[in-house]
Design a protein around this ligand. Structure first.
Ligand code: ADP
Ligand code: MG
Length: 569
């Protein structure tokens, strides 16, 4: 038996690690399973390139709770460590064996999926344990080693008689972290962080029902057997090539990701790029309708199949945070706690790549099946309209497929709309005037009046419509939007119109005076011209700018639409 002192310049690093390194104690399990996964993948790699002459087999990682002894075990069948390697990799805090491995096998190992790189993950065990043991046997023909450390900077290391290759980590869970001895808690953590990790992870066993034998009687119970409870799917859909997957595969993966989500997604976008950054993933457009509440089923960020966070703010543009799915990229820089993302150059590139892919997918859906696209419009318009408002690049692309439904349920692109109305809806200044309603029922009289005059009326009812209109008016030339109940709808140049009223001019004047007694003159205008149509005897209008100002104050001011700060101006 030998003793030594852990090689750190700080007097006692453990209190620091415990307090500041990770905000969440629970991530220790993710870190230890990541190490076990790395150890397994390293062995796979070495055996692939012929450097390790071993029977790789079908290795798995096992997690075991011993409540009585207050111990948690993480056992792998990976590369293992010799005594010297324990001294090198474990005793030197912040020396990453993972990074060293990747450096050494640079070209061949870059796609091996190895996770670690800070050389700190192992020590997160001390956040929940007051003593940690490592019993490990290297794939090299050397005796096993047993390392013990109680959280002070001194440790012991001795030989052990472990025969089978791999590493067992034993955590002696401390008094105030007892929750990590509960099966339900461990199960919850494994599902959260390790559900899609690349090496099978066993946690206990489960009972499987077998088919009844042919000669079984009706009342005989079906036979059962105990099988390993594997908590993860080591080959999730996003790690496959898009050509390997069909629509049902995407749908069943959606269910795997969000087991509580019963609504089917509308369509998916498979992300797959390895230059200039590495990113895979599958994004889904859920049915959103008018519902803009941030749902709890959000996009999940992974690195090499290890769950990192479901807060993708900063990586995915804000308007796409309403989507669901998975993004996996080892190139997203994270701080050591991996819980907060830093926006930097690489992330900006990733963000604009995602935006472009989403725009391209929408564009191809629009081109390939317009009818289907129109049917989905109401469920996706929030995302698209919000994207047009917030990202100029997205606006440019979406301008070709964004739809503007009319009150008669036809869907026009902006170009089609302009073409359709340019001869009939021009005002004195030569601007094309786009009429729209925001509520078919409330504004039906105005809609009727406008339609009688042969105008096209759009139905724009999304909650951010006033912002979208402003954006369109500023980015396009010579157009203006006017709501059907605005006062200057009659400034439009009409080609022909004969006004036949049943009332005389005096009668009209008298009626107008009467109406103005009840309708405040400063705010509204009473117009009797509409009497000529059969739809309504008169109309009361409001200046467009007044209504808009009020609306912008309501949706634009404090808070913002998602409670994440206001909309872009
Ligand atoms: P990192 O994973 O970032 O390299 P860690 O602190 O998590 O840093 O682990 C330090 C090193 O200890 C690893 O790089 C690896 O060399 C070694 N190690 C940790 N756990 C295992 C394990 N289960 N099997 C083999 N080696 C391990
Ligand atoms: Mg690690």
């Amino acid at each position: 038996m030998a003793t030594g002192s852990i090689n750190v310049s700080v007097e006692n690093i453990f209190p620091l690690i415990k307090k500041f390194l990770y905000s969440d104690h629970e991530i220790f399990l993710r870190e230890l399973i990541s190490n076990a996964t790395d150890a397994t993948l390293k062995l796979k790699h070495l055996s692939n390139i012929g450097e390790a002459k071993v029977d790789y087999g079908n290795p798995m990682i096992e997690v075991k709770v011993d409540k009585e002894k207050r111990q948690l075990h993480i056992i792998d069948q990976g590369i293992g460590m010799t005594k010297e390697e324990v001294e090198k990799y474990i005793n030197q805090v912040a020396f990453s064996g993972a990074e060293e491995f990747l450096e050494k096998y640079k070209d061949s190992a870059k796609d091996s999926g190895i996770i670690g790189h800070f050389g700190l993950g192992f020590y997160s065990a001390f956040m929940v344990a007051d003593k940690v043991e490592i019993i490990t046997k290297s794939f090299k023909d050397e005796p096993a080693a047993h390392w013990t450390c109680d959280g002070s900077p001194s440790y012991t290391i001795e030989s052990a008689d472990k025969q089978d290759r791999g590493t067992e980590i034993i955590l002696h869970i401390s008094e105030d972290e007892s929750e990590f001895l509960e099966d339900s808690k461990i199960s919850e953590l494994l599902t959260k962080y390790n559900k899609f990790m690349p090496v099978p992870i066993k946690f206990g066993t489960k009972t499987e029902t077998l088919p009844k034998p042919e000669d079984a009687k009706e009342e005989d119970p079906a036979p059962t057997q105990e099988v390993d409870n594997i908590i993860n799917n080591p080959n999730p859909a996003w790690t496959k090539q898009p050509t390997e997957l069909e629509d049902p595969d995407y749908k069943s993966f959606y269910r795997e990701l969000y087991p509580m989500q019963f609504e089917e997604p509308l369509f998916n976008i498979h992300l797959n790029v390895d230059y200039p950054f590495n990113l895979t993933g599958i994004l889904y457009f859920p049915k959103l309708g008018q519902d803009m509440n941030m749902q709890k089923d959000r996009i999940q960020l992974y690195q090499n199949q290890v769950f990192v966070t479901d807060n993708v703010e900063g990586i995915v543009p804000e308007f796409l945070t309403m989507l669901r799915g998975v993004i996996d990229s080892p190139d997203i820089p994270l701080n050591v706690s991996r819980s907060y993302l830093q926006a930097d150059g690489a992330v900006k590139k990733i963000s604009s790549y995602i935006t472009r892919k989403v725009a391209d997918k929408l564009s191809s859906l629009f081109k390939n099946n317009r009818e289907d696209f129109e049917q989905k419009w109401n469920d996706i318009k929030i995302v698209i309209e919000y994207g047009m408002l917030s990202e100029d690049k997205f606006f440019e692309k979406a301008d070709k497929f964004a739809l503007y439904p009319t009150v008669d349920n036809t869907y026009l692109t902006f170009e089609e709309l302009q073409e359709k109305i340019k001869d009939t809806q021009t005002d004195k200044d030569g601007k094309t005037v786009i009429l729209y309603a925001s509520n078919k029922d409330e504004q039906h009289a105005y809609i009727g009046a406008a339609k009688d005059k042969g105008y096209e009326v759009l139905l724009l009812d999304s909650p951010i419509v006033s912002h979208l209109i402003q954006k369109l008016e500023t980015s396009k030339e010579n157009i203006s939007f006017v709501r059907v109940d605005a006062d200057h709808i009659d400034n439009l140049i009409k080609k022909d119109e004969e006004k036949i009223s049943k009332l005389s001019d005096e009668e009209k004047e008298a009626l107008k005076t009467d109406l103005e007694q009840v309708v405040p003159k400063e705010k509204y205008t009473v117009q009797l011209e509409a009497m000529d149509s059969n739809a309504s005897p008169f109309i009361i209008t409001q200046p467009e700018f007044m209504r808009r100002m009020k609306e912008m104050q309501q949706t634009g001011g404090g808070g913002g639409m998602f409670g994440m700060g206001g909309l872009p101006e």
